[in-house]
Design a protein around this ligand. Structure first.
Ligand code: HEC
Length: 146
């Protein structure tokens, strides 16, 4: 029993030295969604708090966010999330693609698929009330990038 505990402890410390890339950039991109789309401060805050950690080039890491194995899980969400949608480079999508992404955001939010549930357990501040979701959806529905 004691030996097992020691081995687990050593492994637990050892994995902290395996590098994990950090999803952060110094400058906010000119193609950033919130920089280029007009939105009220509450709407901006909602998108930032609920979506940007996984769908932008700037993750606001929680204290455990650099601790392995949580860091790997988060990194996986970031990689997969950015593959689907990256708010930091939104203006680099074609108009058609932007409209498609916005439609997809609306359905993800209204179906309660996004933000991911595992994320909400650790980030209660990213949870949106029913009214907030409605406001966000109403905002997104009005956007019509050309
Ligand atoms: C914890 C990380 C995380 C957060 C926070 C998050 N997402 Fe995602 N998102 C993902 C991942 C991972 C995928 C790809 C896999 C999937 O669809 O489940 C994804 C996929 C998507 C897609 C593409 C879905 C499709 O199949 O068309 C959209 C749109 C999306 N997210 C919008 C949002 C919006 C809007 C928010 C904020 C309200 C948000 N996400 C918050 C991780 C996240």
């Amino acid at each position: 029993m004691k030996k097992a505990a020691i081995i687990i402890l050593i492994l637990g410390i050892g994995i902290q030295f395996i590098p994990v890339p950090k999803n952060q950039t110094e400058k906010v991109s000119e193609a950033d969604f919130l920089q280029t789309m007009e939105a009220t401060i509450p709407i901006q805050n909602m998108i930032k708090a609920s979506c940007y950690d996984c769908h932008s080039n700037n993750t606001n890491y929680p204290w455990y966010g650099r601790v392995r194995p949580f860091a790997w899980l988060l990194q996986q969400h970031i990689d997969e999330g950015k593959d689907e949608l990256n708010f930091s480079t939104f203006q680099e999508y074609s108009g058609r693609m932007q409209r498609e992404k916005i439609r997809s955001m609306i359905s993800q939010i209204s179906d309660g698929e996004m933000p991911l549930k595992e994320y909400l357990w650790m980030h209660p501040e990213a949870e949106m009330t029913k009214e907030e979701k409605e406001q966000l959806i109403e905002y997104l529905e009005k956007l019509n990038p050309q």
